[in-house]
Design a protein around this ligand. Structure first.
Ligand SMILES: Cc1cc2nc3c(=O)[nH]c(=O)nc-3n(C[C@H](O)[C@H](O)[C@H](O)COP(=O)(O)OP(=O)(O)OC[C@H]3O[C@@H](n4cnc5c(N)ncnc54)[C@H](O)[C@@H]3O)c2cc1C
Length: 321
């Protein structure tokens, strides 16, 4: 997360040398247990593209107060930090990340149902929330049944598929800001747009999400989820590591079609390949580095612009250096 301390952009803050890592770990240990602090962590193990170098530190907080204390500590030390969920829309460079990754997923994932409202911590997988909705005969989250991210990642990205988007169901989020203050946002405050939100623009960390659903028929909900997942399996290269669609859908076009028309179906750089099943996906054929993937993304943008005049914008986020 690009963080501000006064006028200082914390990504330009201190590099974490080994003395500083040890100091910070000692302080982190006052907030969370040993097994919630990982050192020198390969980010390829925490992202679905399975590429990228190491992060100096990765923490797994499990309560709001732990998250708040960690942010205060990192601000005091002027150390860069970045929040991740399941890493399904993220690529870390081969140089890794010289700071602290705060991972909010299984460690921060409780959910409750009250009538037609589901309240979920941000680390719950959106698939499990979608299943919980189905079990309770609640309709509205069928579209999310095959999205591999967390609720936090899905809200921040306003994830969507098959005519559904998170903005259709989310009516309140509780976030924490860069100064560790709690912020509660209602519908009108969240500024959802196509794959964007106020939380994304303002680097707010999502803690909890409330979703309002409609009463429905459990069998119909389940069969819709199954059908959407069948369509996914048919169209998407799910047997390879990827970050899903690399590019946003340009107005009036489909990214995959533009890429295919540019002659790039199956095009490879190193171990990264434009999927020949769905050209909007770049897959890791097994040996890709982050540099292969990033080079291929840049080449695709260039060629598509040359052949169609359309400027592709990335949906996936690239970090580190
Ligand atoms: C096979 C495949 C299929 C996919 N299909 C779809 C699809 O149909 N529709 C779609 O929209 N996306 C799709 N995606 C992309 C991705 O799953 C979504 O964007 C998802 O919502 C990202 O969630 P995540 O937890 O993995 O986020 P991450 O990749 O970990 O993070 C993505 C962004 O969200 C931020 N973030 C994560 N958690 C939090 C939090 N708690 N608070 C604040 N910021 C946070 C991160 O800082 C980062 O900027 C697909 C990806 C794959 C690999």
């Amino acid at each position: 997360m690009i963080n501000k301390v006064g006028n200082l952009d914390i990504t330009e803050g201190l590099d974490m040398d080994s003395d500083m890592v040890m100091d910070v770990v000692k302080e982190l240990n006052r907030i969370i247990a040993d097994d919630q602090i990982l050192l020198d962590v390969p980010m390829k193990d925490y992202t679905s593209m399975r590429v990228g170098g190491n992060a100096k530190v990765l923490v797994l907080p499990s309560t709001v107060s732990e998250i708040a204390e960690i942010i205060k500590l990192l601000n005091n030390y002027i150390i860069p930090y970045y929040v991740i969920g399941n890493g399904t829309n993220l690529i870390f460079s081969d140089y890794g990340y010289n700071g602290v990754i705060i991972k909010l997923s299984d460690n921060f994932s409780s959910m409750t149902v009250d009538g037609n409202v589901i309240t979920s911590r941000s680390g719950a997988s959106i698939v499990s929330v979608s299943n919980l909705a189905c079990e309770n005969s609640l309709s509205g989250l069928e579209f999310a049944a095959g999205i591999p991210g967390t609720v936090g990642g899905a809200v921040v990205m306003n994830a969507g598929a098959y005519d559904g988007e998170m903005k259709d169901v989310v009516f309140e989020t509780t976030c924490i800001d860069n100064a560790a203050g709690i912020v509660r946002l209602g519908c009108e405050d969240m500024q959802f747009g196509y794959r964007t939100s106020r939380m994304q623009k303002e680097n707010l960390i999502v803690l909890e999400v409330k979703m309002r659903l409609r009463e429905g028929n459990k069998d119909e909900i389940r069969s819709k989820m199954k059908e959407l997942n069948r369509r996914r399996r048919e169209k998407q290269p799910l047997n390879y590591p990827s970050s899903g669609s690399i590019f946003k859908r340009p107005a009036g076009h489909y990214a995959g079609k533009l890429i295919e028309d540019a002659g790039l179906k199956g095009y490879r750089i190193g171990g990264a390949q434009v999927s020949d099943k769905h050209c909007g996906f770049i897959i890791n054929t097994g040996t890709a580095t982050a540099s292969d993937v990033i080079e291929l993304i840049e080449l695709v943008k260039r060629r598509v612009f040359e052949t169609s005049g359309v400027i592709l914008q990335q949906e996936v986020k690239i970090l580190g250096g």
